[in-house]
Design a protein around this ligand. Structure first.
Ligand code: AN7
Length: 362
């Protein structure tokens, strides 16, 4: 044996699903071994939503930079390097930026990220800076940033790695493959947050492709959730000034709007708006009932499912449902600290502690 090092049991999404991903066969993957994320059964959460169905979470916050974006970024950066790019650019509400920054670092590419000043969660900004990206704040929102990077990629020698880039979707569709690989078939419903609408588009591509390949008997119905203050697809019109506590999905003019609408139609799906209050309730339920700490936007799919069950819009009895939780809770520590009550400080004294806990001491 040439080496006694064990081969990695998981080579990353591009290598694992190589034959199903549209990338040049000779492109060498740029990978952080993303993917293969847990599909966690969450019976306590299911009961809290009314019970009578099986519920799983696709925990995408466990990807290398803490969000599902890594699946798409491995493919986009692999292709960019293959095509001879020296710099990449994206606009971002934060997670795309951190992911692009990490994969660009790994490939030795220059990385420019355009973010709405003051409107991205601290963990995402910290990630982008840590990985060495050139962070450019703009005095505008994500949609304006996206228009800017589109023009930049046409007029400057930089490759765009937002989900307009088709390789992003090629990578992201692997999450659908993984779900089917674990469950043995597609779920009845797949619930997820919708911002720029790349992920819902990618999941649909993946489920359809897997069914056509004979790996699943059916495709799921899609349940997309947008934040009420940033719900262009639900409202059927561009939202010029989107606002939501879920900054990741503070997007008013999704790039993949048309594809998402088509996926929703083909899957006999539904898209709805959830308020910031509903998002935060679902977010709290995820962490306190199941120990799954996500960033607020990630809870939108759960909030959407909860709302549709309550309003009798979907019949979940006996169904298998997967909610995609898209980003890690540590991305946005400020929201937790803001919404938690006062913490107590005690003298380091047993009686003080027993008193405070109102427990009888022996
Ligand atoms: C945690 O990072 O758009 O509908 O620039 O970070 O595919 O856009 C992030 C989006 C859901 C929505 N959950 O996905 C960006 C960005 C989290 C996210 C979405 C995002 P898409």
């Amino acid at each position: 044996m040439a080496s006694d090092l064990p081969a990695s049991p998981w080579p990353g999404v591009v290598a694992h699903y190589r034959t199903l991903i549209d990338l040049p066969p000779d492109a060498r993957p740029v990978t952080l071994l993303e993917g293969n994320t847990p599909l966690i059964p969450v019976p306590r959460l299911a009961d809290a939503l009314g019970g009578g169905f099986d519920l799983w979470l696709k925990y995408e916050g466990l990807n290398p930079t803490g969000s599902f974006k890594d699946r798409g970024m491995t493919a986009a950066i692999t292709q960019a390097v293959h095509a001879g790019a020296e710099a990449v650019i994206c606009a971002s509400t934060g997670n795309t930026a951190a992911s692009a920054a990490a994969y660009a670092a790994r490939a030795g590419l220059r990385c420019i990220v355009i973010v709405p000043e003051g409107k991205i969660a601290k963990g995402k900004l910290a990630g982008s800076l840590a990985y060495g990206a050139e962070v450019v704040n703009i005095s505008g929102n994500f949609d304006e940033g996206l228009a800017l990077v589109r023009e930049a990629s046409e007029r400057l020698p930089v490759t765009l790695v937002n989900s307009i880039n088709p390789y992003r979707l090629e990578g992201q569709k692997t999450a659908a493959f993984e779900i089917v690989d674990v469950l043995g078939d597609a779920p009845d419903w797949l619930c997820l947050p919708v911002g720029n609408a790349g992920n819902i588009t990618a999941y649909w591509m993946g489920f359809v492709q897997y069914q056509q390949a004979g790996n699943a008997h059916h495709t799921p119905r899609l349940l997309g959730a947008q934040a009420a203050g940033a719900a262009p697809i639900v409202r059927g019109e561009v939202v010029p000034n989107p606002e939501t506590v879920a900054t990741a999905i503070r997007i008013g003019n999704p790039a993949r709007w048309r594809e998402a609408a088509q996926a929703l139609e083909e899957s006999e799906g539904q898209i709805l708006a959830v308020t910031d209050g509903e998002i935060l309730e679902a977010w709290r339920m995820l962490s306190t009932l199941e120990g799954v700490f996500v960033e607020p936007a990630s809870a939108a799919g759960v909030a959407g499912l909860r709302k549709q069950i309550r309003e009798g819009e979907i019949d979940v009895r006996g169904k298998r449902i997967v909610c995609v939780v898209t980003g890690h809770g540590l991305k946005d520590p400020e929201i937790v600290l803001r919404s938690a009550g006062e913490m107590v400080t005690l003298e380091p004294d047993f009686d003080a502690l027993a008193d405070y806990l109102e427990m009888p001491a022996t």
